[in-house]
Design a protein around this ligand. Sequence first.
Ligand code: SF4
Length: 694
Amino acid sequence: IIEAGQPEHSVVTTCAYCGVGCAFTAEMQGTEVVRMTPYKDGKANHGHSCVKGRFAWGYATHKDRITKPMIRKQITDPWREVSWEEAIAYAASELKRIQATYGRDSIGGITSSRCTNEETFLVQKMIRAGFGNNNVDTCARVCHSPTGYGLGQTFGTSAGTQDFDSVDETDVIMVIGANPTDAHPVFASRMKRRLRQGARLIVADPRRIDLVKSAHIKADHHLPLKPGTNVAIVNAMAHVIVTEGLAADDYIRERCDLPEFSRWAAFIADPRHSPEAVESLTGVPAAEVRGAARLYATGGRAAIYYGLGVTEHSQGSTMVMGMANLAMLTGNIGRRGVGVNPLRGQNNVQGACDMGSFPHEFTGYRHVSDTNTRQLFEAMWGVPLSAEPGLRIPNMLDAAVEGTYKGIYIQGEDIAQSDPDVKHVTAGLAAMECVIVQDLFLNETASYAHVFLPGSSFLEKDGTFTNAERRISRVRRAIPPKAGYADWQVTMMLSEALGYKMGYTHPSEIMDEIARTTPTFKNVSYQRLEELGSVQWPCNDAAPEGTPIMHIDRFVRGQGRFMITEFVPTDERTGPRFPLVLTTGRILSQYNVGAQTRRTDNIAWHDEDLLEIHPSDAENRGIRDGEWVALHSRSGEISLRARISDRMQPGVVYTTFHHAETGANVVTTDYSDWATNCPEYKVTAVQVRRVNHL
Ligand code: SF4
């Protein structure tokens, strides 16, 4: 007799929430998970976990799970439960009808950063080979696409440069636009341990986040910049390093493109980039910027860790290049303890990007116009492939509103809640003739769907996730799929109903195909993952056990390339009607749109989105702590309760977007990064007023 809580057996798998990618043991009684405990040999977490991960298994068995496929002709009709056969046949016939009527490019799809590498690979394969176009995109579009562009331009690959263990050898930690305590808690603990050992700390963030000052930790420099001025700050730091003679000249001579460096050095030395010149623009005292620049350049091994406060701006890509410039300028790339490290939001956002989820790239970041790569896939997949980049998510929605894009397959994404300017998103979805949503729950996007295909949780399937340090880890099936099929099987069924056969019998076969077609994954296989536990790409003949540190002897692109990073202010402006700036983020106990965490015990710790507001802004508006306020912008209006906090700077308010009832993205703008269309979630001009909540 097994007592309650005593496991009969256990399965080692990977957390399905954030980009840290903690390994867990799912403890089982029969086919039920009874507990999840952090796996002591997990290389990303070394036996630690956070409150989100520990309770993650709860949503897998939540009563809201949809386990039967459903269809409806109109989105105003009630859902009708149908067999898998009928749902797949209906979805395929609708997609075929739309393409026959409106053309090959009138449909597309969105992959999920919460699904496995193998599943995202299959979705993009179905779209490229089955739909016959490149209209595939991923939620990385709205988070780290500028990382892909910026690091690609400067270093030659979008990969984060270090493993997490590297922080143990860092002397100066610079955190920019990230709040790891809330968003990447297990890595934040690693970082704090290093800080307690004596590493120095620079934080650039509009809010006084926990890292700035907490028990045993105090930042040497906090740069409380005005939202939207990141590039001016990073340029000012580089200006100080160049003009004060603190650059790593030998490193630059050996490792970087010298003509590009000379051009950039002349640009950055201009006095208009000095901390004094941009002080009123950024709101950061020049002395703090000078101090931070000197510490970063001379304090030993310096590592940058950054998050969505960098990327989700109209100059997200410029800022990523600015940080890369800073690292090359000081020789802080290519060894332990240094680097430029994106803290990825979702568990498999790195993997989704690696797996060819962008409309212009095959797996391994190879452009669709590259003839050799295209021929490789054409030979493997047996069909001609388009050399034309497809539509990005915002372009799909624009085209839908314009009437040329009519059908979409969305796996594991809730764009009607997570993407900016919700009115535009929902207008696009409502204009389509066939929206197919594959998810665990009837999410906001499903309100606009004609076909709902039940998804499978991470506990119900085999596969791999790739975390923020490029670590590929196994996801192992602990319980059978609640709806009968894992997500990869559903995509395969849809593809085959469309007439494009796939025929895999296990996700390991999909990984084998990825390895055969993707140089950075050449030596990755399930067998190798069993032997090594996990592996960091590139994993090839040159590095058969993976690559913890990138760019050691040379950059992926050869020589590092300094890029001109001119500061251009966002078009989103404050004024008399909208005098405050809203910026958004996350909280420890919740994960993204909350679809999962709101269905676990985590809900007990944070059950609503609050508006943080500085005491002076609250007082000016007669707002008391806990009162309901209306938050309105040029895009829309929402109501939520106020939390008065001196963590905020005057003129800036902050909220999270975990609850559909609040709908924070109703107010965010449709401005986006110039290079990648990553939305500018972090800067919205707003007004706040006290209201009586009904
Ligand atoms: Fe680890 Fe992130 Fe999961 Fe927390 S949410 S357990 S830090 S992977």
